[in-house]
Design a protein around this ligand. Structure first.
Ligand code: S6P
Length: 612
């Protein structure tokens, strides 16, 4: 039986609409807005998807004078970066009893780990003691598998910070929360504010302060916003620092792994490189130096996206694999490997993907990672991440329907790459390569790999890299952009995105729960209360909500949601059609492409309301 719905939520949309204007999605913070550029990304061919992603990424570097928002290249951002770099330098100069801690949840925590590892590695190479530590909500298991619920726990955030900095007299704490929203990070910042004699808090995120999340945090007297307000006061005396430029909405609404992750990497690398250069080569930390370094990352975007066709071909190959229920494997070497593990792990919460859909493998696996808690396999990680795991678990069943992507650079052992490529080629011709090199490098094994692969993307970087920025950082950002494009595009082609919304997201923490409820409102036009009701029915798989369910807290809801597939599509079909949960489930089974199922319901609904 169908019910009548209002469809006002699905408004006609203007791609020229400016996300910076005051009336554009006024109730949402920038990090949750939908990007006008990508409104039709779900229907676009691969080459247009790449172009849209490029345009969205380019928004990061737009400089608009007099605009409502601070931007990456704004004066205030550069000044704050300088000050934080000076604090890092002080710790490098006098590391005794001092520590720098980077922390975050999900992608932000993974980047905290990535940046910490890189910086410490560089220090050890110079025989300097490591001064940096990382925290990721959910512990090391969350590094390469989706663990979204620890994000809601401010106490565990504060305790983990206390533990890592035990006995230290001076701690520079850098909390990363792209949406200025994670309670885990709020708990840590609040802890810093309570112990100002030891901790200097820095917050990195991509919303203006007044858009920080203001929802009460169970068991706490503070909200993210109240913490930010206190930090703003302290920032006037340089006792706290806020680095929060707006980047423009994400290409897929709320998917902060994309621009949010890239900008986190850029900002923190700029800080650490400047401090490093100041300490080891006596290069002063200057405003112009910081700005110039930031701008050079803009060139990475240009070089990467200059290969639109190649990226689109990879996206299509990966999309075809996912469409027929097969997988995509990233096989990588060296430091690029970490990025491939990160990209693969993010597909689960973003697109409701299975861990087998997109998997990353890096040389020796955990042994190469230097993470705090050691072997992740022993900690119950979903699957192995070493090449040996690939050879053992995946290679025997590999077919032409799977896509294999080799990711390597000139500084890796290219003979090793060729060896593995030969083995993969025996099983599938659907093998591709992405290779970074500097101008003038020639490696003969590379030609062989080229011949084995059905496509190769060769990025050639100019020798004249700006002194302040290592080539490695360029290759890393370029690889991140490319992998984000391939995995996002492949899921779009699989029908996991509706307009520019992740329609099949997992509802495993409070942020995702509220995002899901908002999406249901937008797509169904129903009021919030009805949408939340439908969401709960889908989570608990019932047609009638019991008193018990209604009185449960959000933690119980998000915990239960972990076990249910296609929660949001299910709730939406129920809302639009009046179907029972079972009927909606069978409807979704008949139309496994989520976008098509949703569109069919929306079409029926429009016809039905029109005929009344
Ligand atoms: C986003 C990703 C998430 C976020 C995490 C932290 O694409 O799937 O895991 O990184 O929720 O978000 P935030 O806003 O605190 O950095």
């Amino acid at each position: 039986m169908a019910t009548v719905v209002k469809t006002e939520g699905i408004k006609a949309f203007s791609a020229t609409h400016d996300w910076e204007s005051a009336d554009y999605e006024p109730t949402l913070p920038v990090s949750e807005m939908s990007n006008p550029i990508t409104h039709n990304i779900d229907r676009a061919p691969a080459s247009s998807i790449v172009k849209m992603l490029q345009d969205c990424d380019a928004q990061m570097f737009q400089e608009k004078s007099g605009a409502a928002y601070e931007r990456l290249l704004s004066d205030q951002v550069a000044k704050s970066l300088m000050e934080v770099a000076k604090r890092v330098q002080l710790i490098l100069k006098d590391p005794q009893d001092s520590l720098i801690v980077l922390s975050g949840c999900g992608t932000s925590g993974r980047l905290a780990f990535f940046i910490t590892s890189g910086f410490n590695r560089e220090l050890r190479r110079l025989n300097h003691s490591a001064v940096c530590s990382y925290i990721i909500a959910g512990g090391d298991r969350a590094l390469f598998s989706s663990q979204e619920s620890p994000e809601d726990d401010p106490i565990s955030g504060a305790l983990s910070l206390k533990k890592v900095s035990e006995g230290k007299k001076r701690v520079l704490f850098i909390g990363i929360s792209c949406g200025l929203s994670a309670p885990f990070v709020a708990g840590q910042l609040d802890f810093c504010l309570q112990h100002p004699d030891i901790y200097t808090p820095v917050l990195v995120g991509f919303n203006p302060a007044h858009q920080a999340r203001n929802e009460p945090i169970p068991g706490c007297t503070f909200t993210f916003r109240s913490v930010v307000t206190k930090m703003r006061e302290l920032a006037k005396m340089q006792k706290a620092f806020l680095i929060n430029p707006a980047l423009g909405p994400e290409a897929i609404s709320g998917s902060s792994r994309m621009k949010g992750g890239s900008a986190t990497k850029i900002l923190l690398e700029v800080v650490f490189s400047a401090a490093h250069a100041a300490n080891f080569s006596r290069t002063p930390i200057t405003y112009n130096g910081i700005l110039q370094h930031m701008r050079s990352y803009g060139e990475v975007l240009d070089i990467t996206y200059s290969q639109t066709e190649g990226i689109a071909a990879l996206m299509e190959a990966a999309g075809r694999s996912l469409q027929c229920g097969r997988g995509v494997c990233y096989l990588s070497w060296g430091f690029l490997g970490l990025l491939s593990l990160i990209d693969a792990s993010e597909c689960k919460p973003t697109f409701g993907a299975d861990y087998k859909d997109i998997r990353g493998f890096v040389g020796g696996g955990c042994k190469e990672l230097c993470n705090k808690e050691g072997d992740l396999n022993l900690m119950g990680a979903e699957s192995g991440i070493a090449h040996s795991d690939f050879l053992h678990d995946v290679l025997p069943c590999l077919t032409d329907k799977d896509t294999v992507l080799l990711l390597y650079s000139h500084s890796d052992d290219v003979d090793e790459v060729a060896k593995l490529a030969r083995r993969v080629r025996e099983k599938t011709s659907n093998m591709h390569a992405v290779y970074h090199q500097t101008d003038g490098d020639t490696v003969s094994a590379h030609d062989e790999i080229n011949k084995l692969c059905s496509s190769t993307l060769n990025f050639i970087w100019p020798q004249s890299t700006p002194a302040s920025m290592g080539l490695q950082h360029m290759w890393e950002l370029s690889t991140k952009l490319l992998l984000n494009a391939v995995s996002t595009g492949a899921h779009i082609l699989k029908g996991k995105v509706y307009q520019n919304y992740m329609i099949d997201l997992q509802v495993t923490n409070s942020k995702l729960y509220h995002r899901a409820a908002r999406l249901l409102q937008r797509l169904s036009g129903h009021p919030k209360s009805l949408c939340e009701e439908a969401l709960l029915k889908a989570i608990y798989q019932v047609d009638k909500l019991t008193e018990d369910i209604v009185t449960c807290n959000l933690i119980k809801h998000t915990h239960t949601a972990r076990k249910v597939k296609k929660v949001v599509p299910l709730a939406l079909v129920c809302l639009l059609t009046g179907y029972s949960i079972k009927e909606a489930q069978s409807h979704l089974e008949q139309k496994p492409i989520v976008r098509e199922a949703v569109e069919a319901c929306l079409r029926e609904q429009t016809l039905f309301s029109g005929s009344l």
